[in-house]
Ligand binder design. Structure first.
Ligand code: DOR
Ligand code: ZN
Length: 343
């Protein structure tokens, strides 16, 4: 196959950040995606409908001239989120809210410290049809970083989906066989997003022969058996698994550091990276469902009507991208070959 045309995809999990860097991140996502679910972990976070609408306006100011890219900005749940805030946000078109256990990842210090106190909020979300997006990792110091997703599922997620059966839950950026199995066996109201890096790599790629900070993200890459389970999940064509890049830029100096930040900036070639993965899996026929149908269906939003075309043509991810104030971002897969190119 030399060329494939698919319905325009959406990214159900992206970090566009804020202010000057939006000049880079918004066009990078808009080149391939019709919509992105935009994460709210800004400093300060997106706490309510007003914050979300203001952030959406700042994103739209950076949309390329001929683009109708739609950012779907989300709310950041805290101990102080109320059911009224949820209903107000829903009435203003906000479709989802994100649960970060406090301390789990970048800018999650304001996250929820006691999930058991979230009942009224989860009930309001189920009631008004707002999706719950979960960073599924426990943060307790005694739990090994490679076990944090599995323990989160056992300790919290099983209970959440059991108790709020009408709540639509997306377990974001899954990294383990445990997560893939859990989602597969759960009700139709539970789904998961998968990133390029967790499908392409495992922890050996991160750590053998030298530490590679541009492969460091959270949840951290797991062992190869988990990577293979994630690949099998997307190759299965199950509508419970759909595209969410978790594209998350950090400046070069913050990644290549004694205490480096977590996040892989994949937006400049995201759909092409996924095309490579599906081709390797001999499942290119499943790419469109994963990238363009299942997420929209799960969110209850219309599928896109435009299309994109990918050409089988080698190119390389740029090694560096210069953004505002001469800052540099090293993207995911920097300087490495990609087999498909967006026409
Ligand atoms: O690697 C990550 N980076 N994981 C997250 O959960 C957050 C993200 C970020 O905001 O940088
Ligand atoms: Zn994320």
């Amino acid at each position: 196959m030399k060329e494939i045309t698919i319905t325009m995809p959406d990214d159900w999990h992206a970090h566009l950040r804020d202010d000057a860097v939006l000049k880079e991140t918004v066009p990078a996502s808009a080149r391939q995606f019709a919509r992105s679910i935009v994460m709210p972990n800004l400093t300060p976070p997106v706490l309510n409908a007003k914050d979300a609408k203001e952030y959406e306006a700042r994103i739209l100011e950076n949309r390329p001239a001929n683009s109708d890219f739609r950012p779907l900005v989300t709310l950041y749940l805290t101990n102080s989120t109320t059911p009224e805030m949820i209903r107000e946000a829903k009435s203003q078109g906000i479709v989802a809210a994100k649960l970060y256990p406090a301390g789990a990842t970048t800018n999650s210090n304001n996250g929820v410290t006691d999930i058991s106190l979230m009942s009224p909020v989860f009930e309001a979300m189920a009631d008004c049809g707002m999706l719950l997006l979960i960073h599924g990792e426990v943060t307790d110091g005694e739990i090994d970083i490679f076990d944090r997703e599995k323990v989160f599922i056992e300790r919290y997620l099983v209970g959440i989906v059991e108790k709020y059966q009408n709540l639509k839950v997306v377990l974001e950026h899954i990294t383990t066989k445990d997560a893939a199995d859990f989602v597969k066996d759960a009700s139709a109201n539970v789904a998961a997003t998968l990133t390029p890096q967790h499908l392409m790599l495992n922890r050996n790629d991160l750590l053998v022969g030298g530490i590679r900070p541009h492969y460091y993200c959270l949840p951290i890459l797991k062992r190869n058996t988990h990577q293979q389970a994630l690949r099998a999940a997307v190759a299965s064509g199950s509508p419970k698994f759909f595209l969410g890049t978790d594209s998350a830029p950090h400046m070069k100096g913050q990644k290549e550091s004694a205490c480096g930040c977590a996040g892989c900036y994949s937006a400049p070639a995201a759909i092409e990276l996924y095309a490579d993965i599906f081709e390797e899996l001999d499942a290119l026929d499943k790419l469109e469902g994963f990238a363009s149908f299942y997420g929209a269906d799960f969110y209850g939003l219309p599928r896109n009507s435009k299309t994109i075309t990918l050409i089988k043509e080698k190119w390389k991810m740029p090694s560096e991208i210069t953004v505002a104030n001469d800052n540099v971002i090293v993207p995911f897969w920097a300087g490495q070959e990609i087999g498909w190119r967006l026409k």
